[in-house]
Design a protein around this ligand. Sequence first.
Ligand code: HEC
Ligand code: HEC
Ligand SMILES: [Ca+2]
Ligand SMILES: [Ca+2]
Ligand SMILES: [Ca+2]
Length: 433
Amino acid sequence: MNRLINRISVIAFLASIALVTTSCGNHSNPQTPIVEPEPDPVPDPKPEPIPVVNPGDPRSDLTADELAAFHRGREMFVKRFKPSEGLGPLYNATSCSSCHSKPVPGGASDLYRNFYVASWGFTPFLFNLPGLPSPVVPAFGSTLNAPFSLENGRTLIPEMINTVPVASDQRNGIPVFGTGLFELISDATILANADPDDADNDGISGRVNADGAGVGRFGSKSQSNNIELFTRAPLFNQMGITSDPVQGSAGTISLGHGALMQGSSTPNASTVDNDGVADPEISTQDLSDLIAFSRFLAQPQKKVFNSAAIRGEQTFAQVGCVACHIPSLESSKGPVEAFTDLLIHNMGPGLAGQVSFGTPQPSSIDPVTTEAEWRTAPLWGASNVAPYLHDGRAPTLLDAILLHGGEGAASRTAFQALSATQQEDILEFLGHL
Ligand code: HEC
Ligand code: HEC
Ligand SMILES: [Ca+2]
Ligand SMILES: [Ca+2]
Ligand SMILES: [Ca+2]
């Protein structure tokens, strides 16, 4: 230590002499040759090792209070609620980590955890299903129940109720790592990439899922921009746990959605049920902590690229994947390298669902529904979160790429035209994110 300090002061001393010499030389005698400082005898200090952040860790920029809330929130996230604590009467799972567990709490889920969303009526006049709090169909507690078994998968919900058709889709759990950073990306940054009427004629017409109050970014259709609501909604829709707003629409900006949003209430309304347990069934403290967990989970960390991944990154750009999977979006905490534009894109009839979600926007491409539109899936940490796509239909990254249609068809065709090695390079690249 002493030696290091000595060296530093010697260097500082030499540097000050060099400075003095130089300036004296310039002023007193312009002919005096400028003395070049000796090459630094001390080798460059070793770069600080990049801190290893594992999936499920908190972000590294948190205050002590935020970190404490994150750790308390993790307890709430893995907590398995009991009926005596308010679980149900309708529910799909007993804890958040039932569906967000791969590879650790906060992550994604296997196929058997898929849940249904459903609407009832004749397109485009779809209604909430009678007797259910939201488009989320609970596995347990309702007459429309769709329970799963490991052997047989999910029981299908009916295609008709009283001769009125039921529209339904499945959803597969997506990871929450880094999701809180999406809050810190401005509406303007997201809007800058939107091209709803494909004005530049490149076949890609990404648009925002938004209403007057803000631009959506959470969920597989970017149907929400309020992480508090995206905590209270699954609490209620998936677990039957009622809550009061903490900050409500003041938590972030808020979308004033109607019945077809995942949120079953507006941000400022309490959720209530009739299970005999007093509402709200979660305290303000516990709810705030739960919100802090989703908000402060660290983003996935890139692995050091090998040469195949470096090549793959270039090819990924060449075949046009970056038109939607934008490598980085600016946020108030710096670049967010999630490989998404957070916009929704028409992915073609093959990937289309039946239920429109969020606020349809007028556009010449897709005027009234969001059925075929999906948020560009973030690709950071992708290797950890199989199965892929909104309903988990793609077991591998390759399957997911080959199922791109609609606005994604051209880049999928370009991908298919690549050599086997170039395709493997792209998969290698994705495996390093
Ligand atoms: C039954 C399974 C299930 C349960 C239980 C569940 N989630 Fe989710 N979660 C999902 C699915 C599926 C999605 C994608 C939703 C969509 O398609 O819009 C999701 C999305 C999210 C997102 C948005 C991530 C993003 O990138 O936009 C957050 C945040 C989230 N969940 C938090 C929670 C919290 C907090 C709980 C517990 C209160 C919870 N979830 C319980 C299945 C579940
Ligand atoms: C037109 C926009 C667009 C283009 C271009 C595009 N994607 Fe996608 N990508 C999406 C959307 C939207 C999804 C989510 C679809 C869904 O959930 O059904 C997605 C999903 C994925 C997924 C699955 C991720 C997950 O977690 O489910 C992978 C992998 C992927 N894309 C890779 C690629 C590659 C590689 C290319 C280039 C060959 C590409 N994408 C081009 C929009 C695009
Ligand atoms: Ca309840
Ligand atoms: Ca365009
Ligand atoms: Ca209750």
